[in-house]
Design a protein. Sequence first.
Length: 118
Amino acid sequence: QVQLVESGGGLVQAGGSLRLSCAASGRSFSNNVMGWFRQAPGKEREFVAAIDWSGGTTYGADFLKGRFTISRDNAKNTVYLQMNSLKPEDTAVYYCAARTTTGGWPYWGQGTQVTVSS
C-alpha cells in the first residue's frame, strides 16, 4: 500500500520557521517529481513547491519569495519543506504529493496543519 505521511506541522509565531517532512512507503518515489500543496480554510488547494527526481531542479509558487525551500533524500524516500519567515497567511493544511510521468498527482498524504500566529 502506497502511503505519503507528512509531519512537522504545528503552531508558530510570525517570523518563525518550520520544517515539514513527507515520508513515502509502499514504493519508491525516487523517479517521481514530488510536491507540496496547501489549503487554507475556505480556499482552494494551491501549489507551493515541487522538486524533480534528482533534486537538481525545484519549482516554487510566486508567493514564496524565497521563504520556502523544498528538498529530498531519495535514500530515505522523504521530501522536505523548510519554511522560514512564516506569515499568518501561510496558515493552512500542507499536503505532500507525488506526480506521475503523465503529469497527474495521484498520490497524496493526509496533510499536516501549519498555524502561524500574528
